[in-house]
Design a protein around this ligand. Structure first.
Ligand code: S3P
Length: 437
């Protein structure tokens, strides 16, 4: 049963908060902890549906995952030490969980079936199956989508693979498979994508080498037959979740919001860079390091925004933030042109179409030209729309945020998927001054 929710014009969004842990780092922490020998402690893990799918998969494969106070303790099995699953692995809504785990499973000689929900079963898998097949994974069905059955091997070949699309999930799947292969496995990426896998592999003791080209391309090499050792991981706040709070504070008048402990890895800060260019008052304070990742605090105050051009090269560093940027563009003076968004079409929904349709439903002039989204902003946004979320958490949170600052309330058709990444979004926004219902 769908669960609609209405967002209403709100006054200032103010207070001092933290947001839940970073989703990408949480998946990787669970996977590497399970592949390590000994115990890993994870503080700040995101306990949301997507990450719980990874935790369940790791337990099915023999890792022990236990709660200890606010932390999790994982007893790993060592690289090559996982146990064959006795059931189908169900990854729910999570593209990251399913694609990264295909990389892990490639290194084991088992026949494993994988599935997911309706949205995940529409998303392309060949992007990971292609390089993994070159390493030795056998895919039983010649199709691009889950459900799929694959047979791995304990005799993987190391490869050199150049990513045809900028995708941290594909890069990570190949690097994780490379842990099980002899020799060196290399992924070349023309544009840098989030590098949490590389950082965390090193943190757990693997040998990872990154060569940066003059054109900013990267060649990432992992040495196989690796040994990972349990570690203490501290997961910082998710900048992709914080983006909704930042946006709400920018567009609701009189806001002054502090968000503490946010991940500031440069491969994830494209949204903050873009906001600066739009004239947003966002300060980064207290920059520090947390278990191998840069973090800091954000102070956000309401701002008059101006429309800008966002170049395609920016996309990998803010790929999940385009729906909320499109909403901000509706409140900015002039036109915002977001270029090179082809990858948005294969996210939890076709986010390019869903964002444009949602904006149109709220009286905002938005159009798609090829892979570009062009939004014409105005000081007042009508709102009043009924927005289809297509099982997509970020579309739901983006258009609720639009409703906090539009003239008329905005209804989103279903908020259940918000639990995949940001389970306390509604109460947290409410506690800061946002109005629902
Ligand atoms: C993710 C990578 C991105 C991003 C996703 C999480 C990751 O996807 O959209 O939400 O954790 O590696 P792609 O790598 O497919 O671009």
């Amino acid at each position: 049963m769908q669960q609609p929710l209405t967002a209403r014009r709100s006054s200032a969004i103010s207070g001092h908060v933290t947001v839940p842990g970073d989703k990408s780092i949480s998946h990787r922490a669970l996977i590497l902890a399970s592949l390590a020998t000994g115990t890993t402690r994870i503080d700040g893990l995101l306990e949301a549906e997507d990450v719980l799918a990874t935790a369940r998969a790791m337990e099915t494969l023999g890792a022990s995952v236990k709660r200890e106070g606010d932390a999790l303790q994982i007893l790993g099995r060592g690289v090559g030490g996982l146990c064959p699953p006795e059931t189908v692995l169900d990854f729910g809504n999570s593209g990251t969980a399913s694609r990264l785990m295909l990389g892990v499973l490639a290194g084991y000689p088992w026949r494993v079936s994988l599935t997911g929900d309706e949205s995940l079963c529409r998303r392309p898998m060949k992007r990971v199956l292609r390089p993994l097949s070159a390493m030795g994974l056998v895919v039983e069905d010649d199709k691009d989508t889950l459900p799929l059955t694959v047979v791995g091997t304990d005799d993987l070949l190391p490869i050199i693979y150049e990513l045809p699309v900028p995708s941290a999930q594909v890069k990570s799947a190949v690097l994780l498979a490379g842990l099980h292969a002899p020799g060196k496995t290399t992924v070349i990426e023309p544009l840098p994508t989030r590098d949490h896998t590389e950082r965390m592999l090193r943190y757990f003791g693997a040998e990872v080498n990154v060569a940066i080209g003059e054109d900013d391309s990267r060649a990432i090499t992992v040495t196989g037959d690796a040994e990972l050792r349990g570690a203490h991981v501290v997961v910082p706040g998710d900048p992709s979740s914080a983006a909704f709070l930042v946006a709400a504070a920018l567009v609701c008048p009189g806001s002054d919001l502090m968000i503490a402990n946010i991940l500031l890895n440069p491969t994830r800060t494209g949204f903050l860079r873009t906001l600066k260019e739009m004239g947003a008052d966002v300060e980064i304070l207290n920059e520090r390091d947390a278990a191998g990742e840069p973090v800091g605090d954000l102070r956000v105050r309401s701002s008059a925004l101006k429309g800008i051009r966002v170049a395609p090269e920016r996309a990998p560093s803010m790929i999940d933030e385009y729906p909320i940027l499109a909403v901000l563009a509706a409140f900015a003076e002039g036109e915002t042109r977001m270029e090179g968004l082809g990858e948005l079409k294969v996210k939890e929904s076709d986010r390019l179409a869903a964002a444009a349709a949602g904006l149109a439903a709220c009286g905002v002039a938005a159009r798609i030209e090829g892979d570009d989204l062009i939004v014409t902003g105005a000081q007042t946004v009508r709102g009043g729309g009924s927005v289809e979320t297509h099982m997509d958490h970020r579309i739901a949170m983006s258009f609720l945020t639009l409703g906090f600052a539009s003239e008329e309330p905005v209804v989103v058709d279903d908020i259940r998927m918000i639990a995949t990444s940001f389970p306390n979004f509604v109460p947290l926004m409410g506690s800061l001054g946002a109005r629902f219902g």
